[in-house]
Write a protein that binds this ligand. Structure first.
Ligand SMILES: NC(=O)c1ccc[n+]([C@@H]2O[C@H](COP(=O)([O-])OP(=O)(O)OC[C@H]3O[C@@H](n4cnc5c(N)ncnc54)[C@H](OP(=O)(O)O)[C@@H]3O)[C@@H](O)[C@H]2O)c1
Length: 253
């Protein structure tokens, strides 16, 4: 299917607008998975299966659009493809196998909304890189590429290390929640979310594209309110939770 650049622009701006509408709503409605899981949201399935189902469409669609698109692929475009794969291979095949959430369930409503988000997001970014954007090799020396790539790498490492540490808190068959004390957790409650945001802000900068921008905005719209919900939950759950710890941005928020 061929979409004109004009139509593509309108769809992407519409998608960004939807993120901006949903953003304030997510301060009020807390998506019920993980520690905020709730039976009130209807049928639920195994947490691990939920993660895989929710994220799988993004990989398939992105690869399909990227590879079938007729725009000439350069080393730069392949770097964009690789960072996307790096993130999603972990999120779909590795992360769900590592989490220690035996017996936990995720509402189908969350899975369907996740699938919808991933279909839209990977369509826009896959179509952009496969069918629309030509990045010459010289783009690699552009300050936007260098900055964006560095932010992505830092974010990826922060996200990975923080998720790994959180998962390790349940070593030895434990099931509950504990106060995280190491690494960036000394300063904020949700360094894994900060890392994820940095990844997609970095991607937006290095691709300097509207779909890249839309992904960054959606990630912030999703994870900033969730970080505040987590932070509040920690304070309500643990009387000895460190008082000077912030939610998401050290010393600020
Ligand atoms: N791009 C996006 O829009 C988006 C949206 C959502 C998530 N994500 C990413 O997906 C990953 C997982 O997200 P999430 O919301 O599940 O993160 P999370 O709430 O921080 O949980 C991560 C894992 O660690 C466990 N855990 C968290 N805090 C713990 C504690 N204090 N003690 C013991 N175990 C703890 C959780 O168990 P429980 O599940 O039992 O709580 C879960 O298995 C993150 O990397 C996040 O950035 C991205």
């Amino acid at each position: 299917m061929v979409i004109s650049p004009e139509t593509f622009k309108y769809i992407t701006w519409g998608w960004i607008l939807l993120a901006l509408i949903i953003f304030p709503v997510l301060f009020k409605i807390n998506p019920p998975y993980g520690r905020h899981s709730s039976k009130k949201w209807g049928a639920r399935i195994n947490n691990r299966t939920g993660w895989i189902l929710m994220e799988l469409p993004t990989l398939i669609l992105f690869i399909l659009l990227f590879l079938t698109g007729d725009v000439q692929k350069t080393a730069v475009t392949w770097i964009f493809f690789s960072v996307w794969m790096l993130h999603y291979v972990n999120r779909i095949f590795i992360f769900p196998m590592r989490i220690r959430t035996k017996g936990k369930k995720m509402p189908l409503a969350i899975i369907f909304s996740g699938i919808f988000f991933n279909l839209m997001n990977s369509s826009l970014n896959g179509y952009w890189l496969g069918y629309m954007a030509y990045y010459p090799v010289e783009w690699i020396k552009d300050p936007r590429f260098i900055l964006g790539f560095s932010v992505f790498v830092f974010g990826y490492i922060l996200n990975q290390r923080s998720d790994t540490y959180l998962i390790s808190l349940r070593k030895g068959g434990k099931t509950g929640y504990y106060i995280p004390q190491k690494g960036f957790f000394k300063y904020i409650s949700c360094p894994n979310y900060l890392g994820e945001m940095m990844e997609w802000i970095g991607f937006g900068i290095m691709t300097w594209s509207l779909p890249g921008l839309s992904f960054a905005i959606w990630t912030i719209a999703n994870l900033l309110p969730r970080a505040l919900h987590h932070h509040k939950w920690y304070f309500n759950t643990f009387p000895d939770y460190p008082k000077n710890r912030k939610a998401l941005i050290p010393c600020i928020l």
